[in-house]
Design a protein around this ligand. Structure first.
Ligand code: ADP
Ligand code: ADP
Length: 234
């Protein structure tokens, strides 16, 4: 599976040119998108996640087996449907319903993602809660969670349905070092046959976790390659 981004451009209504003909090929494994604030990372992530349209250019996910798309056939799905079906997205800032428990929220999302059998949902939800180390607090309301707990909850939420493409936007902002480490370990446990895109302005996030990267600045890709080579040259 590969994500192919070609000549993607986006200018907002206020005239900001957030993406200027971005082209990138992203393969399985962890890919770091490094850039300062305002570089266009979130704009690119939202476009890949089909939450926003670019003005021109394309995003294509190639090489998925057709049977990932059952019951519909691949050829009747649009690329947008296909991406949504295999996507897990953890946005930079996401709200939680403060008076809903983690367990109930994940169960709800699982049913939205089409997992109809409640026993199957329970199994998936409990497995994810254990994975992100929130099982003990699964019956607490989300409003009582710390920043780090919310981020881990976000990862659990993004992992429902075993997505093949996971987008994580600036995940460690506001986390203390211990929570950051925990979050990094969690990310590196995500399966190898998955594309994980990690958007961040923190160089160490990328050098510690990613096998491939791009640097973006003012809406343009300025370098791509192995993180250790690229960062050594900074
Ligand atoms: P579009 O050009 O896609 O129509 P808008 O300018 O209408 O986008 O803004 C869409 C949303 O993004 C609004 O909620 C707006 O508050 C927010 N927004 C506007 N400007 C910025 C900015 N500079 N950075 C981040 N978000 C912004
Ligand atoms: P990053 O995620 O790297 O911080 P963004 O994609 O959020 O970058 O922003 C890129 C540029 O586009 C910035 O100048 C930002 O202010 C602007 N921008 C982002 N979202 C919007 C929006 N919805 N409307 C108008 N301008 C925006």
């Amino acid at each position: 599976m590969q994500l192919e981004i070609q000549d993607l451009s986006k200018t907002y209504a206020n005239g900001v040119r957030a993406l200027k003909s971005i082209s990138l090929t992203i393969s399985q494994g962890m890919f770091g998108l490094l850039g300062p604030n305002g570089a266009g990372k979130s704009s690119l992530m939202r476009t890949i996640a089909t939450l926003q349209e670019a003005d021109s250019g394309s995003v294509r996910l190639t090489g998925l087996p057709v049977d990932s798309y059952t019951p519909e056939r691949l050829d009747v799905l649009t690329q947008k449907d296909a991406v949504r079906r295999v996507l897990g997205y953890l946005p930079q800032e996401f709200g939680v319903y403060p008076r809903v428990t983690a367990e109930a929220m994940l169960d709800h999302i699982a049913s939205l993602k089409g997992i109809a059998n409640s026993r199957e949902r329970k199994e998936i939800v409990e497995g994810l809660l254990q994975k992100v180390n929130l099982y003990q607090v699964r019956k607490k309301n989300l409003g009582t969670y710390s920043g780090g707990m919310k981020q881990r909850f976000g990862i659990a939420q993004a992992l429902i349905g075993s997505p093949r493409l996971i987008i994580v936007d600036e995940p460690t902002a506001g986390l203390d070092p211990a929570e950051r480490n925990r979050f990094h370990n969690l990310l590196s446990e995500i399966g190898e046959n998955t594309i994980v895109i990690l958007s961040t302005h923190i160089v160490e996030d990328v050098t510690n976790l990613c096998s491939d990267m791009a640097i973006i600045c003012l809406g343009e890709v300025v370098a791509t390659g192995d993180p250790n080579d690229l960062v050594a040259g900074l």
